[in-house]
Design a protein around this ligand. Sequence first.
Ligand code: NAD
Length: 488
Amino acid sequence: MTTADTPVAKHWIDGQWTDSGEHRESVDPATGEVIGSYAMAGLKEARAAIEAARRAFADPAWRTDRLLRGKLLNRMADRFEERTDDLVELLGRENGKTHDQGRLEVAFAPETLRFNAALALTDTGTNSQVTDGELSMVVRQPVGVAGVIAPWNSPVALGIRSLAPALAAGCTAVMNLPWQTAQTNSLIAEIVGATPGLPPGVANTITGGHVSGDALVRSPDVPTISFTGSTATGKQISAAASANLKRVGLELGGKTPLILFADADLEQALPIVVSALIVFSGQFCMTGSRLLVHQHLADRVRRELGALLEAVRVGPASDPASEMGPIIDKPNVDRIDKIVEEAISAGAQVIVRGGPVTDGPLAAGAFYRPTLLEVRDNSLPIVQDEVFGPVLTMQTFATEAEAIALANDSQYGLSASVFARDVDVPLRVALALESGSVWVNDWARLHDQFEEGGFKGSGVGRMRGFAVIDDFIEFKHIRLRPGQTPAA
Ligand code: NAD
């Protein structure tokens, strides 16, 4: 239980901690224990944060001084590095991530900040002599206050993935981070907010949900929204934002196919398939959730992958032997298991049943063991809908064309993996897949200098890469006709 003395995780608005007065408890999903309390943001806090960001944007020193912005983004990166252990520890306690997986998440923050510091410094615009003696130039100007909305599954990496380019562009920002990670949000706010030299109001952080998020989306003072979350929420945000012709960058759900061709090196591929399923306990937009296996490999994959999944060590982050932590909470364990039961009723064959851990020392937590189901019907919900848990379906194919057709028969198009020893097949398949990222003989390798984002229902726009800045800038064309005095 929290007591009157337990610190409350608060909002960081205009360079100050702010308490909304509505306090709730933060829970460790591995044990069900209360680990702290937090203040929940509503309309009032969202509006105060927008107002602070609007005032900060009015200061031309921030908007126009890219040297300052580059310097501060690099300082922020240093601060994230200094606080890595604290973030990893908190992500383990509040978000359930094993420490290895927490480190994987936290490592993104400094890299992303440094890449965006470089973007701030390397913008050279464009110009051209259009006709004799007349010049055109294009300058990039920040659009204004950016609304950043991130999900609970990776608040550090995903909050910063949107915040960094917003600040690099010269925008100011309000980050609406999810209540499920309130303690972590507070540490993010502390790290970002206390960056030496950062003007108050430039980066505000509130902990909230759909009420405060929707306030950002509907505010006429927030011209751009950078959202990461589910496809369903992305559609709602897109509809609500259109009332103000607001621009939206959307990084949404996924249903990543992992395609094993007949010549794939299974010794190398199967451990990657396991990681693709269990990293962040399957609560990752890029979770490998659809395994497509060439029919000649099927028996071996059922046997060997089944054994690897049975052997996954599920446990709390506090145990260094844990390979996969808990699900975010017990209601999500029940939700995932219901989807699995429905799939089995609809004809899915069980290879590894997995499921909720209901006895022993882990029973108090929200643990779910990895599950592998074989299906024939690509239209089943278990194949088509994001489960957001450690549940993998397996299907077989006979030809390359069939593999591509199965992979592309999806509302999603975020990412895919192709496993083969051949050189030509993976490239040909990668080009044919309707997918924003494709890895060959690997999974979820992301780099800040390369664009990340979704085809189809997985999103609009790109995060990372040079395109990341586009959500936060206006292009302005200035045409220059010099004085008409003839040269002497
Ligand atoms: P969610 O869509 O329920 O919520 C995401 C965020 O949006 C939360 O902060 C929430 O408070 C806020 N929100 C909810 N309704 C809103 C509304 N109407 N207006 C404004 N804000 C609103 O998603 P979640 O359950 O937190 O996260 C899981 C989802 O995120 C999965 O679908 C996953 O695939 C996706 N995701 C995508 C990426 C990516 O990069 N493509 C990365 C991580 C997670």
